[in-house]
Design a protein around this ligand. Structure first.
Ligand code: AMP
Length: 399
């Protein structure tokens, strides 16, 4: 019998969803949508396979009091109505942190959920919302299996050294290590690399996931060898609102000289820094690009310089570079940012084809470039849907 999977990606103020047919392994969802503005003025949008807008129906009942639980309470009947009662086989969630225990997609049980809850301090911006969505589905549809797919999972292939901080051993032993994030995005890009790079796909590749959250992953044989994010999703590249790599002495200064409490420092580093903090305007790269304000231009220049520096820092892990892939909101869409980053990296043998870059072509490097450069759309929900299919098949649940 035909059934569907639902994938959910719950952020602080948004819920992204996609519905996949369980009968085929198509990467195109039957429906894809977003509820943005949760906690303020929620805005619902959903499109079918052909890109046509779908009627919001009962979702218009969303209001300022809607949280993830009430959003999901409305979404599940909306989906049932839209799909003519097609049974929902499973719900797959993007979960940012799987800690040391969880690498592969995992069927969620009360004990799994308890472990994931203990990881909230490691991903305070994301994990609570992922958990809220899981709890909401469990409340409204306790009969449906739920599967967690972890953003940290892809990086567990890294060797021991790449995961270590130079901290006393007892902290390492209790799990203060470099985990890395954006793993679902990297997993997807790794899966399509052969389509674009042929044999070079298994070579030395760096993927730059540049969006509101940004990181890079150095791959060999399409596996993660090193990445820029660490213990939390705060480390590495400058981001929309996050500072990225920071001398830990700055945190001590904020505490000791300025008397700031931990929650205020958390807000400063996670929400008031990055593009927003440096520009004093916005975390939205597109808006900054259109501005001639010198602080906006400085924020962009710093973003690109730090991205190039971080890329260079990954090179010892893979011993050189065969290909660079840009992905996510900025990486897929912003020709000027890709150009500015690549301009810092000419010494590596990177030469862009400016016309191809400007038209957001798939391959954007010049024919004679020693390093192939690509702009490829990521697709995290496909990875979650595939994981649901795989896990349920292995568990012997009928499709
Ligand atoms: P994401 O988190 O992957 O959805 O990416 C969001 C970021 O991508 C925001 O900073 C957007 O401004 C940026 N973005 C999306 N489209 C463009 C574009 N055409 N040019 C520059 N930045 C863009």
């Amino acid at each position: 019998m035909r059934r569907v999977f639902l994938t959910l990606n719950a952020g602080s103020s948004s819920l992204k969803f996609a519905v996949f047919d369980s009968d085929n392994s198509s990467t195109t969802p039957l429906t894809k949508g977003t509820i943005a503005g949760i906690g303020g003025t929620p805005v619902f949008s959903a499109r079918d396979t052909a890109g046509g807008a779908l009627d919001a129906g009962a979702m218009t009942a969303l209001d300022v009091a809607s949280d993830h639980e009430t959003v999901i309470a409305l979404l599940l009947p909306w989906l049932a109505n839209h799909f003519g009662g097609l049974p929902l086989l499973a719900v797959g969630h993007r979960v940012v942190h799987g800690g040391q225990h969880y690498r592969d997609p995992t069927l969620i049980s009360p004990s799994v959920l308890q472990y994931l809850e203990a990881l909230v301090p490691l991903a305070p911006l994301h994990q609570p919302h992922n958990i809220a969505a899981i709890r909401a589905v469990a409340k409204w549809r306790p009969d449906i299996p739920q599967i967690a797919c972890f953003d940290t999972g892809f990086h567990r292939s890294q060797n021991h050294l790449a995961q270590l901080f130079a901290l006393p051993r007892d902290l390492t032993d209790e799990g203060v290590i470099r985990y890395g994030f954006h793993g679902l995005s990297y997993d997807y890009i790794a899966s399509i690399l052969p389509n674009h790079l042929g044999d070079r796909a298994s070579g030395r590749v760096i993927v730059a996931h540049l969006g509101n959250g940004s990181s890079m992953c150095a791959m060999k044989d399409r596996k993660s060898v090193a990445t820029t994010m660490g213990f939390t999703a705060l480390d590495g590249l400058m981001m929309g609102r996050r500072c990225g790599a920071l001398d830990p002495g700055v945190v001590l200064y904020l505490m000791q000289a300025k008397g700031m409490a931990a929650p205020d420092i958390e807000t400063l580093l996670y929400k008031h820094s990055g593009l927003l903090g440096v520009s004093g305007m916005t975390n939205d790269m597109q808006v900054l690009q259109d501005s001639d304000n010198p602080h906006a231009q400085e924020a962009i220049a710093l973003f690109c310089y730090r991205a190039a520096s971080s890329l260079a820092g990954l090179l010892p892990a893979i011993g050189g570079l065969d290909a660079l892939v840009f992905t996510a909101g900025i990486g897929e869409n912003s020709a000027p940012i890709r150009k500015a980053i690549c301009d810092h990296l000419g010494w590596l043998g990177i030469t862009l084809d400016d016309a191809a870059n400007d038209r957001n072509a798939t391959r954007i490097s010049a024919a004679h470039s020693q390093v192939g450069v690509f702009a490829l759309p990521t697709n995290e929900e496909t990875v979650v849907a595939d994981a649901c299919r795989g896990l349920l098949t292995r568990a012997g649940k009928p499709e």
